[in-house]
Design a binder for this molecule. Structure first.
Ligand SMILES: C[S@@+](CC[C@H](N)C(=O)[O-])C[C@H]1O[C@@H](n2cnc3c(N)ncnc32)[C@H](O)[C@@H]1O
Length: 279
C-alpha cells in the first residue's frame, strides 16, 4: 500500500518531533510493516487515511498508538553482560565506599523498554550488595506506554526468560505461571518503578526529580535513533539529574564528542563507561 509523498513528509516530521526518530525513504518498510496491521485492526482503509486522522488529532489516542508502534522495543536480560559485571565488580563497591553501608543508590534505566534491563540491574544489586532491597532504587522510563505496562507487570514469556537469564537467576527471582509464563517475584519487583518518559522532552529532568539524583544511568541502544544535536541534548539532560561523579552506560558508539568536557571515559571490563565530572 503506497503513501503519498506529502503525507510521508508530514508523518516523518511528526515522528521526529514527538519521539526523535528519523524516518527516511529507506525506512518506508517500517511504516508499512508496523502501521498496516494497526490500520486494519481499526478498520481504517489506507495508510493515507490513517496519517490524515493523526494530522487532525496529534494528541489523540490513535496518534499515541501509532507513535508507540514506531518504537523498537528489542531488549533482553543482561544485554551485553559487561555493564552488569561493571556494576558488581566496580561501581557497587565504589558507591559503598563513598556512601557507607546504608546510603541509597539510585539508578535510572532510560529507554527501559519492557523492563529486562531494569530487572537485570536489580538482580545484580541483590547478588552484589547486602541490603540491596532497601537501599537500591531503580526507575525505568520509556516513551512506549505499551512497553512500560509490560515492564510493570513483570510477567515474561518463556522465550524472553530464555534470553540472557541464567538458570540460577530464573530460579531465584521468578515464579512459573503454568509452563509458558514467568512472574518476577515481589521482592525484586519492589526495587524497580516504571513510568513513561520521553528523552527528548524538555520536561524530562523535572519529571524525574523525585527519583534522583542518580548515581548510575543506563541509556543504551536508544541514542542511535537520534541525530547528533538531539543526542547531545539528551546527554546534557541526563547530566542534570545525576550526582557529581555519577556513571553512565551508553550503547556501543552512542556517546557524542561534544559532551566530552563534562565526562571522563573509563575502560572497565574492557569497555567504555562514562563518569560525570565532580561539580
Ligand atoms: C532497542 S530498545 C533498548 C532497550 C534497552 N535499553 C536495551 O538496551 O536493551 C529502545 C527503546 O527506546 C525507546 N525510545 C525510543 N525513543 C524514545 C524517546 N524519545 N524517549 C524514551 N524512550 C525512547 C523505545 O520505546 C524502546 O523501548
Amino acid at each position: 500500500m503506497s503513501i503519498s509523498s506529502d503525507r510521508l513528509k508530514y508523518f516523518s516530521a511528526f515522528v521526529r518531533r514527538e519521539i526523535g526518530q528519523a524516518i527516511d525513504a529507506n525506512k518506508l518498510y517500517l511504516i508499512r510493516t508496523r502501521l498496516l496491521p494497526l490500520a486494519r485492526s481499526q478498520g481504517i482503509a489506507s495508510l493515507d487515511t490513517l496519517i490524515d486522522m493523526i494530522r487532525r488529532d496529534e494528541r489523540g489516542a490513535l496518534a499515541r498508538l501509532v507513535l508507540d508502534k514506531m518504537t523498537t522495543n528489542e531488549t533482553l536480560f543482561f544485554r551485553d553482560n559487561y555493564p552488569f559485571e561493571v556494576l558488581k565488580k566496580h561501581l557497587f563497591p565504589t558507591l559503598v565506599r563513598e556512601k557507607g553501608l546504608s546510603g541509597s543508590i539510585r539508578i535510572w534505566s532510560a529507554a527501559a523498554s519492557t523492563g529486562q534491563e531494569a530487572y537485570s540491574i536489580a538482580m545484580m544489586a541483590k547478588d552484589a550488595l547486602a541490603g540491596a532491597e532497601s537501599r537500591v532504587k531503580i526507575i525505568g522510563t520509556d516513551i512506549s506506554a505499551g512497553a512500560i505496562d509490560y515492564a510493570q507487570q513483570g510477567l515474561y514469556k518463556k522465550m524472553e526468560v530464555q534470553r540472557g537469564l541464567s538458570a540460577q537467576h530464573l530460579r531465584a527471582h521468578f515464579d512459573a505461571q503454568g509452563s509458558q509464563l514467568w512472574q518476577i517475584k515481589a521482592n525484586l519487583k519492589s526495587m524497580v518503578k516504571f513510568q513513561q518518559g520521553n528523552l527528548i522532552s524538555p520536561m524530562l529532568a523535572s519529571s524525574l526529580k523525585q527519583h534522583g539524583p542518580f548515581d548510575i544511568v543506563f541509556c543504551r541502544n536508544v541514542l542511535i535513533y537520534f541525530d547528533m544535536e538531539q543526542r547531545k541534548q539528551v546527554i546534557d539532560a541526563i547530566a542534570q539529574v545525576m550526582t557529581a561523579g555519577g556513571w553512565l552506560f551508553t550503547g556501543a558508539g552512542e556517546m557524542v564528542t561534544g559532551n566530552h568536557s563534562k565526562w571522563t571515559v573509563h575502560r572497565l571490563e574492557n569497555r567504555p563507561v562514562w563518569q560525570l565530572a565532580a561539580k
